[in-house]
Design a protein around this ligand. Structure first.
Ligand code: ATP
Ligand code: FE2
Length: 328
């Protein structure tokens, strides 16, 4: 059985083709980069519409299959930006009707966890999912993926991007901040905000930009921003690990590319005698393969949907989805 998965929650339009045993045959994508400033949802959606055909053709070519070989359609129904979600959903519904195959709506955050479990052969990890649009600590418990902690305001990737913009560095900010942070020598105190199990990064971002305007060294600031934000992420993840007593920790999302965050999280995992996983970059970022694989899991466990039940959900929470393919 072949599942074609369409991702389109934010910047990336992706098409993945995965078989029922979890072999990824194709994972094609194109990413919208705003000319300046942050993401403009309608422009991103237009980008997706304009590129859908090339990405789809690229995926079919890479997988060496014809569109008629596809048995199942899956798409990212949320959470994400309305116009982007609607574009991906329209493409998925049109294809599913034309091919006359079943269609499955997939939760984007859960797809990140499932593709990571697949590629890393992780069984039951506490997952830190960190990107430009999301920041969540996720672990499976009693039939669902529970959110053990999350950001109360901006996601950590967005904190790095907006800080970068505020100090005149290019988009995306994460990689540049990481590079400059390596030359940082002095820790500049910045707001560290953990509330219960939740996180906040907007005060940190604003204060870091303010300190730059007041003349603080940029290398020291990048270093301090990373240390502060990442320590908060590790603290909340650690508490989830201690509470659940799980023996695996996984890091995913665009910010997982950061070596310093990996190092800090790995140290914490070691202290709890937990294995540490980071999926390959291709599967940490948004992609069609993660949607296709999750579509397979949903379908194999007997869940079916009617076309009219495939509406998008901009605020679809990770913990609102039943996960019949896992036990415990
Ligand atoms: P999502 O829809 O999951 O929120 P996204 O649209 O933010 O995803 P991703 O590719 O998953 O896209 O993540 C991009 C984010 O990752 C940006 O905020 C970027 O700054 C950040 N990032 C990329 N590389 C690094 C790095 N080396 N260090 C820190 N952050 C990074
Ligand atoms: Fe994502």
């Amino acid at each position: 059985m072949l599942c074609l998965g369409i991702e389109g929650t934010a910047h990336t339009f992706g098409v993945g083709i995965v078989d029922s045993r979890g072999k990824v045959l194709a994972n094609a994508l194109k990413t919208y980069v705003p000319a300046k400033g942050g993401i403009h949802p309608r422009e991103a959606a237009q980008f997706h519409a304009a590129n859908a055909r090339v990405v789809l053709d690229g995926a079919l070519k890479a997988a060496r299959v014809a569109i008629e070989d596809v048995d199942l359609l899956a798409f990212s129904a949320g959470p994400g930006l309305g116009p982007c979600l609607r574009t991906a959903a329209t493409a998925a519904r049109a294809l599913a009707s034309w091919l006359d195959v079943p269609i499955i709506s997939v939760n984007h955050c859960i797809a990140h966890v499932e593709i990571g479990r697949l590629t890393e052969r992780a069984r039951d990890p506490v997952t830190l999912y960190v990107s430009g649009g999301n920041t969540q600590v996720i672990a499976f418990d009693a039939g669902r993926y529970r959110v053990f902690g999350e950001t109360l305001d901006i996601p950590v990737g967005n904190c790095l991007d907006v800080f970068a913009r505020g100090v005149g560095l290019p988009y995306p900010g994460g990689p540049t901040v990481e590079r400059l942070a390596r030359e940082g020598k002095r820790y500049i105190p910045l707001p560290y905000v953990v509330k219960g199990m939740d996180l906040s990064f907007s005060g940190l971002m604003t204060e870091a930009v303010r300190k730059h305007r007041a003349g603080a060294d940029l290398h020291d600031l990048c270093f301090s921003l990373q240390e502060t934000a990442f320590a908060a992420l590790v603290e909340v993840t650690e508490r989830a690990v201690a509470h659940t007593e799980k023996k695996e920790v996984m890091l995913t999302g665009g910010v997982a590319a950061n070596q310093r965050l990996r190092e800090m999280l790995k140290l914490m995992a070691n202290e709890h005698k937990a294995k540490f996983f980071v999926p390959p970059r291709e599967y940490c970022q948004d992609c069609g393969a993660m949607i296709a694989w999750t579509g397979i899991l949903v379908y194999k466990h007997g869940l079916r949907q009617k076309l009219r039940e495939t509406g998008v959900k901009q605020r679809w929470r990770t913990d609102q989805v039943d996960i019949p393919w896992r036990t415990g």
